[in-house]
Design a protein around this ligand. Structure first.
Ligand SMILES: [Ca+2]
Length: 173
C-alpha cells in the first residue's frame, strides 16, 4: 500500500500519470529493475484488486460461491415462489440476461435435459436443473457465465452489487 497512485486524465492520451507515479518510475529505473516490473508497480490500484472468484473447482464442480449466486438468481426469477421456473419465468430470466427470450430450440433443450421429468410436458425448471444448466454452460464457456452474472448484478467475487439490488427486496437471510 506504500505507493498511492494519482492519475489525471488527459484528453490526448486518455490517462496521464501524476507526480507520484513518475517518482516511482524513477526509483524503478534507478534500481535497474526491468521495465516490466516498473509497469506492475505503476499499475497501482489494479494490482490490489482480488482475482475473480473461481466458478468451477478442481473437480469441475460448481463452487459454493457460484452455487449461492445461482440460487439467488433462481429465487429472483421464481416470481410465484413455487420452486420452479415456468416458461414465463424462464423468459423473464432470458430477457434480463440476454435481452431476448429463449427460442423454441432452447426451450426444447431445457425441456429435454433440465426440466423436472415429473412435470413434463410442461417445462418446469427446478433449482437443480437450473444448476445443471449453468454447470454445463460454465464448463463449455466460463466467460458466458461471468457475463450473465455481471448482467444479473453480481461482481467478479460473485457478490451482489448493491446498486442493482432492489432496496425494497426483503432479506431472507
Ligand atoms: Ca415459479
Amino acid at each position: 500500500m506504500g505507493h498511492v497512485m494519482r492519475f489525471t486524465t488527459s484528453s490526448s492520451t486518455g490517462w496521464r500519470f501524476g507526480e507520484d507515479a513518475i517518482v516511482v518510475q524513477r526509483r524503478c529505473c534507478h534500481a535497474h529493475r526491468p521495465r516490466s516490473s516498473c509497469k506492475i508497480i505503476m499499475a497501482g490500484p489494479a494490482h490490489r484488486r482480488p482475482a475473480p472468484a473461481v466458478l468451477l473447482d478442481d473437480n469441475d464442480e460448481i463452487t459454493p460461491a457460484l452455487e449461492a449466486a445461482l440460487r439467488a438468481i433462481f429465487a429472483r426469477f421464481d416470481a410465484d415462489k413455487d420452486g420452479y421456473l415456468s416458461v414465463t419465468e424462464l423468459q423473464a430470466f432470458a430477457v434480463a440476461t440476454n435481452d431476448r427470450e429463449f427460442d423454441q430450440d432452447t426451450l426444447d433443450q431445457i425441456q429435454e435435459f433440465f426440466a423436472d421429468d415429473t412435470k413434463l410436458p410442461e417445462i418446469m425448471l427446478a433449482v437443480d436443473g437450473f444448476m445443471d444448466m449453468y454447470h454445463l454452460q460454465t464448463q463449455s464457456d466460463e466467460d458466458e457465465t461471468r457475463k450473465d452474472l455481471q448482467r444479473l448484478g453480481f461482481d467478479n467475487q460473485l457478490k451482489p452489487v448493491a446498486a442493482s439490488t432492489p432496496a425494497a427486496a426483503p432479506s431472507s437471510s
